[in-house]
Design a protein around this ligand. Sequence first.
Ligand code: ZN
Length: 367
Amino acid sequence: MGWQGIEGHDDVVGRFVSAETRGRIAGTYLFIGPEGIGKGTFAKALAKSLVCLAPRPGLVACGACVSCLQAAAGSHPDIDVIEKPEDRATIPLEAFIGDRENRMREGLCWRILLRPALGKRKVAIILDADHLAEEGANCLLKTLEEPPDGAVIILVGTALERQLPTIRSRSQIVRFAPLDTEIVRRVLTAGASDTASPDLSAIAAAAARSGGSIARARLLLDPEIDAFRARLLELLSARPLHGVELSKEVQACVEAAGKDAPPRRARLRILLGAALDFFRAALRRDATGAAPGRDDAASDPPLERAVAIWRGTGDDAIDGLRRTLDALDGIDRNAHLPTLVDAWSARLEPAIAPAPPPPPASRAPRA
Ligand SMILES: [Zn+2]
């Protein structure tokens, strides 16, 4: 187990430990890296050790002082965490400056100006920084320009290009890399240790396909998703591709995740991720003649079968990739999922089964 129970990201830990030793902790950090690799968890662990009253060397929280106890309970008066509500496309302005009746008497920008209640620092964590709207960012800018003494603001996002330039230029950028497959495997194995007989080969396969994300690996371990993934690959490799059928079956799988939007979105991300794997493998086969999975630790029979059946060209695969990436982007923008799946499936149809050429009637000479 790594720094404060966090697996991986040793380089980032080193950077903060060194900054703390030199008394150089900055006022604003922007954490960047793929989803599900522990950036938010890291930010909270860092906040806990920054406000600890008796920190140990290596920026490790003591775990026993009143500050640590409140941080562990999620009720620390000097640690402020805000995130995008599930039903909103952006972080609402109220989260920064309070609602209409309480402008600048509530919200993160007001709370961070207060004197720390327990120690010397206040820490604000803004999760979902990808969904920071312009007006929220403008309120935040004033705080970033004149940060209160000892305050640390941590924004947590995925890609640098998704952040507003005004925020980017005022933050120290901290990049988080995807976790090693081995770390993902270790975390999943530890999580399954209370199961009577954890399926270690399934865990290894999920870790290998996780792209370094523990969240993604957990979803891949869901037997329902695993079964549908094989079916999805079959649908994608069929020629002609049946868009209506594809859309119907994908939507049924997404709806089976429950009534709430977050698990539905997470499930659709996994399915679209499987489609990306497929188009990538198809493109690779087209370019090099290589079968998928050859240089992967885990073999992937459903993917290998699907690519072997597929009769599209490299251009078709690129089209499929592009359309699937667009759909993934739509999930991030809070698009209506059934419409998004419908549009994605319909757009894949011509990519994989080109429409017949128009009749040559227009060639007839004019009278
Ligand atoms: Zn402590």
